[in-house]
Design a protein around this ligand. Structure first.
Ligand code: BTN
Length: 250
């Protein structure tokens, strides 16, 4: 794949074979002067990272990519870009496969309750303000190729749809969906359309959740606020805004 061309953007990806993590390579390239809309893709990763220091198992057949973006509205939190990327990945997968998928806060992409894709956004402030949007999608991966602890918790596009997709096609579609949303946010000067989209495609609101952060709390997920935090009404009736924790459904 020489170029990824979408309606909104044309970029030339850095295609690599086996590397530690596409987020690390993208970070290194930004340190050396690369700008935004840099795309790093790898066939496999030896040290793929997930949120909260988990590892991201990266066998052949999956999509592992990192996109560099300047936050569209610089004074707003990066967590909003995470929400935006989640909406882009969700929409790309539905359009390509017709599968019914949903977002678990903040941006795990689930199909039948099993994880299909994950997003890890990392902020760089030096030498320039940049967000590394790391995206992993289980495309042509067999459930049996995933590590034992993930079996029964993760799935793939191949397992769900029964057909193989070109990993590059999935990447191109995701980038196109992200680019159109970045443009929307820039034009509107706000994330409100993206937040509304998230509200319409999530499978978290209305559920009882356990929030594992510094402390563990339980309550009803009632909304996301204007910076993408999950608003939870605790059993005592208090409203808390969860910024970065992990949630589990009860
Ligand atoms: C999560 O669900 O915890 C986020 C997973 C993000 C995985 C992707 S794969 C490409 C990029 N490189 C990494 O090391 N992680 C992200």
């Amino acid at each position: 794949m020489d170029h990824v061309r979408t309606e909104h953007i044309s970029l030339r990806p850095v295609l690599l074979d086996t590397i530690s993590s596409t987020n690390d390579v993208a970070r290194e390239l930004v340190s050396q002067g690369a700008g935004d809309w840099l795309l790093v893709m790898a066939r496999t990763q030896t040290r793929g990272r997930g949120r909260r220091n988990r590892s991201w198992i990266s066998p052949e057949g999956g999509l592992y990519m990192s996109l560099t973006l300047r936050p569209p509205l610089a004074d707003l939190p990066v967590s909003l870009l995470t929400i935006l990327a989640g909406c882009g990945v969700h929409c790309a997968i539905e359009k390509l496969t017709g599968l019914s998928v949903c977002l678990k806060w903040p941006n795990d992409v689930l199909c039948r309750g099993l994880k299909l894709a994950g997003i890890l956004c990392e902020l760089m402030t030096e030498p320039t303000m940049m967000v590394i949007v790391g995206i992993g999608v289980n495309v042509n991966v067999r459930a049996g190729d995933l590590r034992e602890e993930l079996r029964g918790r993760a799935t793939s596009l191949l397992e769900e749809s029964g057909s193989r997709l070109r990993v590059e096609a999935v990447a191109g579609r995701i980038i196109s969906e992200i680019a159109s949303r970045v443009e929307l946010v820039e034009n509107e000067g706000s994330y409100s359309s993206v937040l509304d989209e998230w509200r319409s495609i999530n499978c978290t609101l209305g559920r009882i959740v356990v929030v594992n952060d510094v402390t563990t709390q339980q309550g009803l997920a009632v909304d996301i606020d204007d910076v993408g935090r999950l608003v939870v009404q605790t059993d005592e009736g208090r409203l808390i805004a969860v910024e970065a924790g992990d949630i589990e459904y009860v």
